[in-house]
Design a protein around this ligand. Structure first.
Ligand code: SF4
Ligand code: SF4
Length: 472
């Protein structure tokens, strides 16, 4: 694109508000809620109701305002320019070429960009991947596990499975050497298959960076999932204990063979909290939040990607400069409320240092003594954080002594070998060498229960028949 076609805006005298952060994260949604797929649990598809009659395409004018203000708002030298949807590739490649030109146009000396995009991967081709490589994009690909798990909810507008198309996109990224990571949503079905999902991502896809996001889909009074309202969840939502088991099972495999070579975002965040680092690296496991905002196709800025709804609308960047909105009182309050609205049950919780009540969007159940505001996933997080306490403490000790956390693997292996040897030599009526105080026959010597048979998997789901405009 000819950069001369972009009118140069008048320079502005930007006075940073007192509370303005040096840097922040902003997810841009240039297509709003519009996606070429129809994933049954996608909380964002219903957001089209927020903008009735909209074309859901970011205009050139909003794009330029967005890039310019994002750069101006940063005092840090690195700026993350992040695209998400809906499905951001629907905008077509020229839109992003224009965005790159604009970033160059407004770049300050010494400033670098981290370009990221979260995509379902189904529309990728060689041109897209060459473009990503040229600009060092970090691509997030959404996939829910092997085909039989992925295709249950992640279907296209005709209700057809999408696994093959996603894998095709992944292979293209790999062919072009584009850096990518995997985002897996954990739902009521794949939540029962932790190791199948983890091994698939690690071994079949060959990814070494992954994140697991729980599906918690609140059903509003009108049956939509438009707002974070209501205290009932869809039957696609993962169950709290199920999510705890899911994470624990993957952690057990990871901590024995993959530390240092496979990066699982939740585990990294947990260990960072055990080590008492200033940030876990995940907003949900930090004490406060509020620096992960979302911008809609028309320039509307919202407090968070999960709160794109009228009560959390901060303003529009065509009316007010982005940094004024990011540092505004409502946004600061939004972030601090994560800490300040925790119920007593959380304040007294022994794993609060790791959990911090997780995300406010999931806090809609009551504590055992009837106080509102407990996280729906609490039971799962409690179980998971207790489950990893011992290896997490070993890793914490290693890190504090300047040793690689990966040394936890041989340490655990040696302990387990010693334990097995002690168990083999002991009598069934001896105290169990695990230290539980129970006899071996009532503890680690108990006959193993057979795993229950797996349930038959449900059929793929379809939700809407929205018309779709693909790029020419
Ligand atoms: S509301 Fe949840 S997802 Fe949004 S910034 Fe806060 S912790 Fe993160
Ligand atoms: S585990 Fe439960 S009680 Fe503890 S901080 Fe998390 S949500 Fe609160």
């Amino acid at each position: 694109m000819d950069a001369n076609k972009i009118p140069t805006p008048q320079p502005i005298d930007l006075i940073y508000p007192d509370n303005a952060p040096e840097a922040f994260h902003l997810l841009a949604k240039p297509t709003g809620a519009i996606c070429n797929l129809d994933c049954a649990y996608c909380f964002f598809l219903d957001k089209e109701h927020l903008y009735p009659g909209s074309q859901f395409r970011m205009t050139d004018e909003v794009l330029e305002q967005y890039i310019r203000q994002l750069i101006e708002s940063h005092r840090a030298d690195q700026v993350t320019i992040a695209w998400q949807g809906g499905e951001p590739t629907i905008m077509g490649l020229d839109f992003y070429r224009q965005a790159m030109d604009l970033a160059e146009k407004y770049r300050r000396p010494g400033m670098t960009f981290l370009h990221t995009m979260q995509t379902n991967g189904t529309l990728l081709n060689d041109d897209w991947c060459a473009f990503f490589k040229e600009h060092n994009f970090l691509i997030g690909i959404s996939i829910d596990g092997p085909a039989e798990l992925h295709d249950i909810y992640r279907v296209d507008k005709g209700g057809q499975p999408t696994f093959d198309k996603v894998m095709r996109g992944i292979r293209l990224l790999q062919k072009h050497g584009v850096e990518f990571n995997i985002l897996t949503t954990v739902n009521r079905v794949n939540g029962d298959y932790p190791l199948e999902v983890y091994r698939f991502i690690r071994d079949e896809i060959g990814a070494d960076w992954m994140q697991f996001i729980p599906v918690v889909e609140r059903i509003n009074e009108n049956g939509l999932t438009l707002y974070q309202e209501g205290n009932t969840v869809s039957d696609r939502s993962v169950l709290p204990e199920q999510f705890g088991r899911f994470l624990s099972a993957i952690f057990d495999e990871w901590v024995r063979r993959d530390v240092g070579r496979v990066y699982v975002q939740t585990f990294e965040a947990a260990i960072r909290n055990w080590v008492s680092m200033p940030s876990s690296g995940m907003c949900v496991f930090n004490e406060t939040c509020g620096q992960g905002l979302a911008i809609e196709h028309n320039g509307d800025l919202y407090a968070c990607d999960h709160f794109v709804e009228p009560n959390y609308h901060l303003g529009n960047i065509r009316d007010e400069h982005m940094i004024e909105l990011v540092a505004s009182e409502p946004q600061l309050r939004f972030g601090q409320d994560k800490r300040d609205t925790l119920p007593h049950y959380c304040l007294e919780c022994d794993v609060r240092f790791a959990c911090h009540g997780e995300c406010p969007k999931n806090r809609f159940i009551e504590t055992p003594d009837g106080e509102p505001g407990l996280n729906y996933l609490c039971a799962g997080f409690k179980q998971f954080f207790h489950h990893i306490d011992y290896p997490a403490k070993i890793m914490t000790g290693l890190i504090r002594r300047g040793r690689p956390a990966a040394e936890v693997m041989p340490l655990l292996a040696a302990e387990e070998a010693k334990f097995k040897a002690a168990l083999a030599q002991a009598n069934r009526n001896d105290p169990c060498p695990c230290g539980s105080g129970r006899k071996i026959k009532q503890c680690h010597g108990r006959p193993q229960l057979k795993s229950p048979p797996r349930k038959p998997l449900p059929k793929p789901e379809q939700r809407s028949t929205l018309p779709l405009r693909l790029p020419e």
